[in-house]
Design a protein around this ligand. Structure first.
Ligand SMILES: C[S@@+](CC[C@H](N)C(=O)[O-])C[C@H]1O[C@@H](n2cnc3c(N)ncnc32)[C@H](O)[C@@H]1O
Length: 213
C-alpha cells in the first residue's frame, strides 16, 4: 500500500471532508478536462432519459455537485449523497438535492446510480461497486481514470509529482476490473467511452433481466 493512501474507509472519509473544506479551484488541466467530462455525462443522461425513459437518479460521492447540476437541469427526481459535510453544504448552497450519507447506508433505489470518480480511491472497490448495483433498478454509470494507457499513467504520475499530498490517493485499477466486477453481479457494459485521449473512461452498465435481489 502507498504510504500516502488513507488506511481504511473511515480515515478516507476524513480526508475527503478536509479536501472539500476549501472551495476547489479548477487547475489548468481541470479547466480543459471538466467540460469534456461534462459533455460526455450530458450525452449519457440525454440517452438514458430520452431513449431509455429513466426518471430518477442518484449521484454517489457528489463532491462539489457537477453531476447534480445536470440531473437538476434534466428535471430528474434525483439525490446526491456524500460522506463530506462540506461537500453537501456546497451542493445545498447551489440549490441541489443532497444529503450527507455513505453509499453503504443509502436505502432508496433509483433508475440510474452514478459515481464520477469514487471507486478508485478504495483499496478494494468491489464492496462499494456492489452498493452502487444494490441501489440501481436499471443503470449504473461510472467515470474512472484509466491507468491502462500510457497517457493515463503519465497523467497520474505528473499530477502526483506536482500536487503531492493535495490529491487523494487513487489505486491503478484497469477498466477490465470494473467491467468484470459489474458483469459478475448481473450488469452488462453498454457504453465504454474513452475520454481525453483515453486517460479516463465513462462506463455505463445495464442490469440484466432477472438479476434484481
Ligand atoms: C473524486 S471525488 C468525486 C467528486 C465528484 N463526483 C466530482 O467528480 O467532482 C469522490 C467523492 O466521493 C465521496 N465519497 C467517498 N466515499 C464515499 C462513500 N462511501 N459514500 C458516499 N460518498 C463517498 C468523497 O467524499 C468525494 O466527494
Amino acid at each position: 500500500m502507498n504510504e500516502n493512501a488513507p488506511h481504511g474507509a473511515e480515515k478516507l472519509y476524513e480526508v475527503w471532508d478536509e479536501h472539500w473544506s476549501e472551495e476547489q479551484k479548477l487547475t489548468f488541466v481541470g479547466r480543459i478536462f471538466v467540460p469534456i467530462r461534462m459533455r460526455a455525462l450530458q450525452d449519457a443522461i440525454d440517452f438514458l432519459q430520452h431513449q431509455k425513459g429513466i426518471k430518477s437518479a442518484l449521484d454517489t460521492g457528489c463532491g462539489w455537485g457537477h453531476l447534480l447540476g445536470l440531473f437538476h437541469a434534466a428535471k430528474l427526481d434525483y439525490m446526491g449523497i456524500d460522506v463530506s459535510l462540506h461537500s453537501i453544504a456546497a451542493c445545498k448552497r447551489k440549490g441541489f438535492n443532497a444529503k450527507v450519507c455513505k453509499v453503504e447506508e443509502e436505502t432508496r433505489q433509483y433508475d440510474l446510480v452514478a459515481s464520477e470518480g469514487m471507486l478508485e480511491h478504495f483499496l478494494d472497490f468491489e464492496p462499494f461497486a456492489r452498493h452502487l448495483m444494490r441501489l440501481s433498478t436499471r443503470y449504473v454509470l461510472i467515470m474512472q481514470p484509466n491507468h491502462d494507457t500510457f497517457l493515463g499513467r503519465l497523467l497520474f504520475s505528473v499530477t502526483y509529482l506536482v500536487r503531492g499530498d493535495k490529491i487523494v490517493w487513487e489505486y491503478n485499477y484497469r477498466m477490465r476490473d470494473f467491467i468484470d466486477c459489474f458483469d459478475r453481479h448481473g450488469f452488462s457494459v453498454i457504453r465504454n467511452q474513452p475520454l481525453i485521449m483515453d486517460t479516463s473512461r465513462l462506463l455505463l452498465f445495464e442490469r440484466r433481466a432477472g438479476t434484481q435481489d
